[in-house]
Design a protein around this ligand. Structure first.
Ligand code: EPU
Length: 396
């Protein structure tokens, strides 16, 4: 199926649902205990549904009631089903928890968005440092050993590696220090959920985590944080189409860098848990450089790239520092709509102007959302193919 997008104002009120990347990390951590984990505000999206299917096939009891999901029981196998693992990057988030609780895991290499090579070397290097034996056979990782506390410095701030290593350390024998950890809000949410289960973690929200391993963890109830990327998507849709939109149930502090970039392009009201945009006249300009939190989020980059190409008489430089294949391919799609972009070495120079509706392809999740944003501000309808990439991370 394709989307046909007819330009029109995106206006009204909308609430943001739970963050995909938070829910996936919390679901991965549910393996740490046989006791019941109840997640509220869990988003009903393809990636989360597939992660729940994986947990179910591995023996967990999974009960879904609207946006409330409960998971309990022991794993009956530590072998992650291949066909499902391939569908999402989040399947790799079972590594740390399954090793910590069961001492082994067989993980087919995970899939996910084709935005770069996305190696797992930091995850595996860190696990080795905790005493785990890692063997790769073809496209499958076989890991053995109950993690033991140690000191480990992540070569770069990886969200997934921080999450996996934290789960591994939570039940490890002894004390661990993890240095150069990612501090994305989704990572901090995991730190908080683990603490509520009885994990002993110092340094929550910082890049140095001290973890004192415990023998067992209890169940808990936890609310998935609002999806900051979805909030940015809704706001971008309104900005591109000159709509007036009230976005509720979001956390504006998680969107600080994005709000800084759009604030000169609209009337912006920021409240405690909500944001309103109106009267947009796009003037995105200057330099946008992605990096680990709190720097500008790579997942918001394709949205702002679209807003830049729609900013008449503006020049914007967009530099993608996180995923090496993300920017160039997206620029190619936008060029089909008439965007003026020169891109080289993950740096794009965008000359804003008018876009015309065209047939374009959603090559990945956020890139697809970026094309919806661009289409809303274009002249004439657009056809967006590859929308299965969009439904992986967006409800409705
Ligand atoms: N990296 C390595 N080796 C590793 C791990 C990461 O070189 O072992 C590199 C990556 O290639 C990348 C950088 O480190 O260049 C950052 O990757 P990170 O590990 O932080 O990303 P991730 O955990 O694979 C999560 C989100 C992504 C989001 C990034 C960055 C999940 C399931 N995915 O991925 O979300 O872009 O963090 O914030 O949490 C999305 O939702 O569309 C999405 C791609």
């Amino acid at each position: 199926m394709d989307y046909i997008v007819e330009p029109g104002k995106i206006s009204g009120e909308i609430a943001v649902y739970g963050a995909k990347n938070c829910a996936l990390a919390l679901l991965g951590a549910s393996v740490l205990t046989p006791n019941e984990i109840v997640l509220k505000n869990c988003p009903c999206i393809e990636d989360v549904n597939n992660m729940l299917k994986i947990l179910k096939l591995m023996g967990k009891n999974v009960h879904i009631e609207g946006n409330k999901v409960s998971i309990s029981g022991h794993l009956s196998t530590t072998s992650v089903p291949k066909e499902l693992a391939k569908l999402l990057r989040g399947s790799s988030l079972l590594l740390g928890s399954t090793l910590a609780r069961y001492g082994n895991i067989k993980l087919p290499l995970p899939g996910g968005c084709a935005i770069g090579a996305r190696p797992l070397d930091i995850h595996l290097d860190g696990l080795r440092k905790l005493g785990v034996v890692v063997c790769q056979q073809g496209n499958t990782l076989n890991c053995f050993g109950i993690p033991k506390g140690n000191v480990y410095t992540l070569r770069s701030k990886s969200v997934g590696a921080t999450e996996n290593l934290l789960c591994a350390c939570a039940l490890a024998k002894g004390h661990s220090t993890l240095i150069n950890c990612a501090t994305e809000p989704e990572v901090v949410a995991l730190e908080k959920m683990l603490s509520s289960m009885g994990a002993r973690i110092d340094g929550i929200g910082t890049s140095i985590l001290q973890v004192c391993g415990v023998d067992s963890l209890s169940g808990t109830q936890f609310t998935v944080i609002p999806d900051r990327i979805v909030a940015a998507t809704y706001l971008s849709c309104a900005l591109a189409s000159d709509g007036e939109l009230f976005v509720d149930n979001c956390n504006p502090t998680h969107l600080y860098e994005f709000l800084k970039i759009i604030k000169n392009s609209c009337k912006l009201n920021v409240y405690e848990n909500s944001i309103r945009v109106a009267n947009s006249s796009l003037k995105i300009c200057g330099e946008i450089i992605t990096g680990p939190y709190p720097a500008f989020a790579t997942d918001i980059q394709p949205l702002v790239l679209s807003l830049s190409v729609l900013s008449k008489n503006s020049i914007t430089i967009v530099q993608e520092n996180m995923f090496e294949s993300r920017l160039e391919k997206q620029c190619e799609e936008l060029s089909k709509m008439g965007a003026e972009i020169v891109v080289h070495n993950n740096k794009a120079m965008v000359v804003g102007g008018n876009l015309c509706g065209a047939t374009v392809r959603a090559l990945d999740l956020r890139g697809g959302a970026g094309l919806v944003v661009a289409s809303l501000g274009a002249k004439g309808p657009s056809r967006i193919c590859g929308i299965e990439n969009i439904s992986r991370g967006y409800c409705d």
